[in-house]
Design a protein around this ligand. Structure first.
Ligand code: SF4
Length: 155
């Protein structure tokens, strides 16, 4: 979830990272103010792992989510962490389905921007009931995901 646009919309390079080398490896680079960043979902994420793991940016190499920190310190068991990950991924998958059904199909845009765009649209109370239901469900699942990410993953 730290590579596929669920946790982050972009990642900033750090001193020592080579923007040219990372761009050549496939990362989509852009500038945000004075910082060089690459966009998420990451072009080097193959769905399960990093394609440039040995050469990944420093922020990727140093990032440890809160759940990993808890497992490493013995405050959470590996089994409990895996259950939390599975539960969060189910939530993400449901949001992805709802976002697609509600017409936002560009998978290259971070998920948080896609659902925020949908939820920012005015509600058409006279519109089709199935659309209203999906939108209500999307708002509920996004709220749940936000709680999960804050509680379990964001360090
Ligand atoms: S470079 Fe690798 S570790 Fe970093 S976000 Fe992309 S896929 Fe993940």
């Amino acid at each position: 979830m730290c590579c596929n646009g669920v946790l982050f919309g972009d990642v900033a390079l750090r001193p020592g990272d080579s923007a040219r080398r990372l761009a050549a490896a496939g990362l989509t680079m852009f500038r945000k103010g004075r910082q060089r960043c690459f966009s998420q979902p990451c072009a080097c994420f193959d769905g399960r792992a990093c394609r440039i793991y040995d050469e990944r940016p420093q922020r990727c190499a140093s990032f440890e989510c809160r759940l990993l920190q808890r497992v490493q310190s013995g405050r959470t068991s590996a089994a409990a962490a895996l259950r939390a990950i599975a539960q969060t991924r189910r939530c993400v998958e449901r949001i992805q389905e709802l976002v697609r059904e509600l017409g936002h199909t560009d998978e290259q845009v971070p998920l948080n921007l896609r659902y925020a765009a949908i939820l920012a649209q005015p509600i058409e109370l006279a519109g089709p009931e199935n659309i209203l239901q999906r939108r209500r469900e999307l708002a509920e699942v996004v709220e749940l995901l936000t709680q999960m990410l804050e509680l379990q993953f964001l360090a």
